[in-house]
Design a protein around this ligand. Structure first.
Ligand code: 0L1
Ligand code: MG
Length: 261
């Protein structure tokens, strides 16, 4: 007989794993979890972060590039939440000891000017509701051992969210073709990846539209004015180790960097 489903208990297990920097086995090792149940766990995990003093600052999509989908053996994106105290400024320092097995990836972040709720939201509507776009790095840190999980597991684990670093000089997306915005990523001065905005579900604004529509499908609201939205990685994620300095430079948007000690 399979174990019964308790979203709060599963969220608590993930919360403790994150707090204690201890990897756990996938939740689905015990029982199959549907997509909706997985988002219920994610919601309960968000509630736990808010109860512990965090504030909701935005949302994120994940698994939005072919490179990431191949890396994780899936063909579907997912969404998650961004908590205020996980957002860092350009050039910030993070401690390797604060994570389990961190990885870093390059993204384009949106700052929303207006509320946007699905269904049927388009990329053009996202752009019209955007105040700024910014170059960003995301540090992800799966709470599951060896970054091995199924899609419901990683949905429950808030899309592996750990830190967001925002850089560049925020600018309006007007007049920019975000598909063609190129990016160079360096770790310790060595070029490790190149990419462009088009790698993110064809267009980063379409990725944000996907998020809004998926949230509507999950009866989870949508985007609000002031939300920071991570549109998804432009390529694969790289392990982050103590001593690393990661820097990404984007055409038109500027650069963003983070140091790990
Ligand atoms: O932001 C992301 O693309 C992460 C999504 C979750 C999968 C992973 O941990 O790589
Ligand atoms: Mg990401």
């Amino acid at each position: 007989m399979s174990a019964s489903f308790d979203a709060k208990a599963l969220a608590q297990r993930l919360f403790e794993a994150q707090r204690e920097r201890r990897a756990i086995e996938p939740l689905t090792a015990e029982r199959a979890i549907s997509e909706r149940e997985a988002y219920d766990v994610q919601w309960a995990l968000l509630a736990e972060h808010l109860a512990q003093g965090g504030k909701l600052a935005g949302k994120k999509t994940g698994l939005t590039s072919l490179a990431k989908q191949r890396q994780m053996n899936t063909n579907e994106p997912l969404y998650g939440y961004v908590i205020d105290r996980t957002i860092l400024a350009d050039g910030a320092q993070v401690s390797r000891a604060d994570f389990i097995h961190p990885r870093v990836e390059c993204e384009i972040a949106f700052l929303m000017a207006g509320r946007l709720h699905g269904p049927n939201v388009s990329g053009s509507q996202v752009l019209a509701a955007t105040r700024y776009v910014m170059p960003a790095l995301e540090i992800i840190d799966s709470r599951f051992a060896a970054f091995k999980f199924t899609l419901p597991d990683v949905i429950a684990d808030n899309a592996s969210a750990a830190r967001v670093v925002l850089g560049g000089s925020a600018r309006s997306p007007e007049g920019l073709d975000l598909r063609l915005v190129g990016m160079l990523m360096e770790i310790n001065g060595e070029l490790v990846a190149t990419g462009s905005g088009g790698a993110v579900l064809g267009h980063p604004a379409d990725s944000v539209a996907w998020l809004v529509n998926k949230m509507a499908e999950m009866d989870a609201g949508g985007l609000e004015a002031g939300d920071v939205v991570m549109a998804g990685g432009l390529g694969e994620a790289f392990p982050l180790e103590a001593g690393d300095y990661v820097r990404a430079e984007f055409a038109h948007l500027g650069s963003v960097g983070v140091r790990c000690v």
